[in-house]
Design a protein around this ligand. Structure first.
Ligand SMILES: [Zn+2]
Ligand SMILES: [Zn+2]
Length: 132
């Protein structure tokens, strides 16, 4: 997959944005991710350049740092290898399809943080099964 900004380099940063209950995945190469990132995100990118996948502990090949950012009150970033991020995002998307976007925002936030917690335990089980 090519970077959606420069359409030139391979997209290795997949930034998930959450706005009004709608999830949007932005695919950037490391260079564009850095230049389009907020100062806050930049410092996290710097910290996680050599980070290991937080689920399976593998060091992602090259600079394939994947991130999941919930743009909510429970905002957080994760870094994981490509396989784990695909599984993680798949789980989150499936869970979010059950969230009613017409709900009051406070209710949505509750649901979103529940999805994040569920996704964590799902990933723990999934990596265990994968290793077995
Ligand atoms: Zn790019
Ligand atoms: Zn992994």
């Amino acid at each position: 997959m090519l970077c959606e900004r420069c359409h030139h380099r391979e997209a290795t940063c997949h930034i998930v944005e959450m706005a009004d209950g709608v999830e949007q995945v932005r695919d950037f190469c490391a260079e564009c991710a850095e230049s389009s990132a907020s100062p806050e995100l930049k410092s996290i990118l710097d910290q996680t350049k050599d980070a290991q996948c937080e689920f399976c502990g593998r060091t992602p090949a090259g600079k394939s740092t994947d991130m999941f950012a919930l743009m909510t009150a429970t905002s957080h970033l994760r870094h994981m290898c490509l396989e784990c991020s695909q599984e993680y995002h798949g789980f989150v998307l499936r869970s979010l399809s059950g969230v009613n976007p017409n709900m009051p925002q406070a209710e949505q936030l509750k649901d979103l943080s529940k999805v994040a917690t569920d996704a964590d335990s799902h990933m723990q089980n999934w990596t265990k099964q994968r290793k077995a």
